[in-house]
Design a protein. Structure first.
Length: 416
C-alpha cells in the first residue's frame, strides 16, 4: 500500500550552475540540495563541466542513489576570459542560454516531470530550467535585499561604488527580456527573504513563497563543539564575526557599537580578510579599542569551527545578505546571534535565539546593537537560554532534509 502522506517520486531536472561537494555558499547549496532531493525523487542535475572531477570523485567514494549529472560548458574560446573570476556574471548569463538548449534536448529523451532552478540563487538572471518546456520552479532565489540608503554615507568610496553598480546591474537584469521570459514561465517562485519576495511579485504571474536557501547537513552538526556557559557575567566574554571584510558586511557598525557598549572585560574578534581591512583597523585605532578588538584575517574552516566553540556571542551586522551560512553555523555551535533585521539572517533569527536590530540609520543601528551587546554579554543565563534555543532551532528547521521536504510539497503543488 502506498503511503498517501509521502509525495510521489518524480523525475526532476535540476539546474545548478554551482554544484560541488565539500563547499559552502552557492556550490554547497547546489550539491546538498541535489543530494537531499534524490532521497525523494529521481534527480538529474545540469551543471558546469568544471564541477565534474569533484563530483565524480565524491560519488565514487560515497554513491548517491537516484542522482545523475549532466555536464555542460561553453566552448573553450568563450571560457578563457572568465579565469580568475573576471566576467563571471556575463559568462553565467551565456551559460544559461546554452544550458536551456541542453535542457530541452534531455527532456525529450528522459521526459521529466519538473524543472527546478537552484543556483545561482539570484532572481535577476535567466534560468535555463525555465525553457525546458515543463512545469518550472524558480528558486530559492535572492538578491532583492538592499542596503538602506541612509547607510551609504558611512561607507568608503569603493564600497559605495559597489552598491551603486550592484543596484544598476539588478535594475538592468530585472528588465532583461530573458529574465522576464524566465519569470513568466515559473509556476511557483521561491524567495529566500521578504525583500526578494516583494520584487518577484512585481515580475511573475505565479505564487511566490519563502523558503531560505541555506541549511546544514545532519552530520555537520557533529563538527560544532557543544557550547557550555562556563563563565560568570562580565568575565572574558568573546563576541565573534566571520566573513569577508566588505563594506556591506557592516563590521564598521559592529566595531562602533562594541566601543560604545563599554564592556571592559569583553573582546570582539573578526575572522576574515577583504578590501575594508585597512579602514576597519583605522576605525579600531580611532575608537581606542585595539586591546579589545582583533581582526584575525582569513582562517581555515576547521579553525573557524573551533573558534566558534570558544566564543560566546555571534555578531552578524550585514546590511544585505540573502543567505547567512555564518549565522546558521554559529547557532549550531550554541551561540546567540545579534544581527540586523535585513535579509536571510533576519529570517533565521528570532527573539528566542538572539536579537534582531532595525536598520533605520547608522546611529540608531549602532545604539541598538550596543544595547543588545550589553544585554546578552552581561547575562550568562540569558546567553545560555538563547544559545540552546539557537541550536535546537537550526537542528529542527535548517537541515537539507527539511528543505527537501518543503520543496517536495512545492513540486506537488505545481503538478496538482
Amino acid at each position: 500500500m502506498t503511503d498517501k502522506s509521502m509525495p510521489r517520486r518524480l523525475r526532476v531536472l535540476m539546474s545548478a550552475y554551482a554544484c560541488e561537494p565539500g563547499k559552502g555558499s552557492e556550490p554547497g547549496i547546489g550539491w546538498n540540495l541535489a543530494k537531499a532531493m534524490a532521497k525523494r525523487h529521481d534527480v538529474w542535475v545540469l551543471t558546469r563541466a568544471n564541477n565534474r572531477p569533484a563530483i565524480e570523485a565524491e560519488l565514487a567514494e560515497r554513491p548517491v542513489p537516484n542522482l545523475d549529472f549532466l555536464y555542460y560548458d561553453l566552448p573553450r574560446w568563450a571560457r578563457w576570459w572568465k579565469r580568475g573570476g573576471r566576467g563571471v556574471q556575463a559568462y553565467y548569463y551565456l551559460w544559461q542560454l546554452g544550458a536551456a538548449r541542453i535542457a530541452r534536448l534531455v527532456h525529450e529523451k528522459l521526459n521529466f516531470d519538473i524543472a527546478h532552478h537552484v543556483t545561482f540563487g539570484k532572481y535577476w538572471a535567466p534560468a535555463a530550467a525555465g525553457f525546458a518546456g515543463i512545469p518550472f520552479i524558480w528558486g530559492p532565489v535572492g538578491g532583492g535585499e538592499s542596503m538602506p540608503r541612509t547607510f551609504l554615507k558611512g561607507l568608503s568610496l569603493r564600497s559605495r561604488a559597489y552598491e551603486w553598480i550592484r543596484s544598476l546591474a539588478r535594475w538592468v537584469g530585472e528588465r532583461g527580456p530573458l529574465v522576464r521570459a524566465t519569470a513568466h514561465r515559473a509556476k511557483i517562485a521561491v524567495a529566500v527573504a521578504p525583500e526578494t519576495t516583494h520584487r518577484l511579485r512585481k515580475m511573475v504571474r505565479c505564487p511566490v513563497i519563502e523558503i531560505p536557501a541555506v541549511a546544514l547537513a545532519a552530520n555537520e552538526f557533529q563538527q560544532f563543539a557543544k557550547k557550555e556557559n562556563r563563565l560568570p557575567a562580565n568575565t572574558n566574554v568573546t563576541l565573534m564575526s566571520v566573513g569577508r571584510l566588505l563594506g556591506w558586511k557592516g563590521y564598521h557598525l559592529a566595531i562602533r557599537a562594541f566601543a560604545q557598549a563599554d564592556l571592559p572585560d569583553a573582546r570582539y574578534v573578526i575572522l576574515g580578510e577583504g578590501p575594508e581591512k585597512k579602514n576597519l583597523k583605522a576605525l579600531i585605532k580611532k575608537l581606542d579599542v585595539q586591546d579589545r578588538v582583533e581582526i584575525v584575517g582569513a582562517v581555515p574552516r576547521p579553525e573557524v569551527l573551533e573558534r566558534l566553540g570558544d566564543a560566546d556571542v555571534f555578531l552578524h551586522p550585514s546590511l544585505h545578505d540573502s543567505g547567512g551560512w555564518a549565522t546558521l553555523e554559529a547557532m549550531a555551535a550554541g551561540l546567540p546571534v545579534i544581527c540586523l533585521d535585513i535579509g536571510g539572517p533576519a529570517v533565521q533569527v528570532n527573539s528566542k535565539v538572539g536579537r534582531k536590530i532595525a536598520a533605520i540609520n547608522p546611529d540608531q543601528a549602532v545604539d541598538d546593537l550596543s544595547k543588545a551587546m550589553r544585554e546578552v554579554t552581561t547575562d550568562p543565563d540569558l546567553r545560555s537560554r538563547l544559545g540552546e534555543a539557537a541550536r535546537q532551532h537550526v537542528a529542527s528547521e535548517f537541515t537539507w532534509e527539511k528543505k527537501a521536504e518543503q520543496l517536495s510539497k512545492v513540486y506537488e503543488q505545481v503538478l496538482s
